[in-house]
Design a protein around this ligand. Structure first.
Ligand SMILES: [Ca+2]
Length: 371
């Protein structure tokens, strides 16, 4: 099922591929699901230790007190050390401050924990909805990680294809600081967020072992793979990737609609919110130009796809689950938030890819649990 899910199409120009590797929910899902599929798990599905399929009531997570980490604020002086008052109107919160004084400062949005319906109602495919509960509030970077931010971490190494600001061929002029970093494999994404934690005196959230290219490291975005990767769990205080459940909750921005802007899928409406096949010019675009969702996040749908923590499983938990981390093993990692066509920009739409894959439409977004 996982391999069958790796359906792809590509846009090529000037001999360089702008890969749109997408698993079509329509091609792989409900239409061909056999009777009795619902409730069955594939070979990779294995509940994680922190899962609890239960009958608990929905939980409500307290909002951080004003002036504490994640709390509302008016000016920087309201916020504790290591944070600042995010200045975007309507989203003022004491958010982490990275790279003090650096032009590539990362801006984080506050996402409240709680319960929500993850997936799509009334389907029996890999999006079959369940009640997901997230027991923590968390920060999510408001944009996809940029090339400038990646280079600030790597001393200028840029793995991206679209280092230029125009055209459909890979460029090497390094002029695209505001473009999303891409051609980053999953292991390099994990190594990057661990690096962010270590730079800021925080607990690294992942342990990688048995990596095949430890000599060259993660800076070039090309990790050939590791024997194992372990996650400290959502209680980890450092920077990390989102879990798939956290990603969808953040992407919905408080909505239950098909798209975070509602149900409209006409090109004019979609183009106000997302870069996709009709308006992207078959390449990535600078982050943060479209309308945000309800939590202040840009480009959650469209532009690059974003790695998440979870191994992919073709079924969600049945009923309810709390702090779901996905299966404990697998062959592909979850990828969310891309989509070449409007129908693939749905908040519930899932995808997965080999964790060693690098692609010019595949990057990451950074998260952190609010203590
Ligand atoms: Ca995206």
């Amino acid at each position: 099922m996982v391999q069958a899910n790796r359906r792809g199409s590509r846009w090529c120009a000037s001999g360089i591929a702008w890969w749109i590797i997408h698993a079509s929910a329509f091609a792989c899902g409900a239409d061909s699901a056999p009777a009795g599929f619902e409730g069955e798990n594939d070979a990779h599905e294995e509940a994680s230790d922190t899962d609890s399929a239960d009958s608990e009531a929905d939980v409500s997570i307290p909002d951080p007190a004003p002036g504490t980490v994640g709390g509302v604020c008016t000016v920087d002086e309201d916020c504790p050390a290591g944070t600042w008052c995010s200045t975007v109107s309507g989203f003022e919160r004491c958010a982490p401050r990275l790279f003090e004084g650096d032009p590539h400062q990362m801006d984080f949005a506050f996402v409240p924990g709680g319960s929500f319906q993850q997936g799509t109602p009334d389907v029996t495919n890999e999006e079959r909805a369940y009640t997901a509960t997230l027991t923590r509030n968390y920060f999510v970077s408001r944009t996809e990680l940029t090339q400038g931010q990646w280079q600030a971490a790597t001393g200028g190494v840029n793995p991206s294809c679209f280092q230029n600001t125009s055209g459909t061929s890979c460029g090497s002029d390094d002029a695209n600081d505001s473009g999303p970093v891409e051609q980053v494999d999953w292991y390099s994404a994990v190594a990057y967020v661990n690096w962010l934690s270590s730079q800021n005196g925080l607990q690294p959230c992942y342990s990688l072992s048995g990596c095949s290219d430890e000599s060259s490291g993660w800076h070039d975005g090309e990790h050939d793979g590791c024997a194992s990767a372990t996650f400290e769990g959502p209680g980890c205080t450092g920077y990390r990737l989102l879990t798939e459940s956290e990603w969808e909750h953040a992407a919905r921005g408080g909505t239950t609609s098909t798209y975070y802007w509602g149900e409209a899928m006409d090109e004019t409406t979609v183009a106000q919110h997302a870069w996709f096949s009709s308006n992207s010019g078959n390449r990535t675009q600078a982050v943060g130009q479209k309308l945000t969702n309800g939590y202040g996040l840009y480009d959650v749908c469209g532009n690059v796809q974003e790695w998440v923590w979870d191994w992919y499983s073709s079924s969600y938990p049945s009923g309810r689950a709390t702090d779901h981390l996905g299966p404990s093993t697998g062959s592909s990692r979850g990828v969310r938030g891309g989509g070449s066509s409007a129908s693939l920009l749905r908040s519930a739409r899932r995808n997965s890819l080999d964790p060693t894959l690098r692609s010019s439409d595949l990057g990451l977004r950074v998260a952190r649990t609010i203590p």
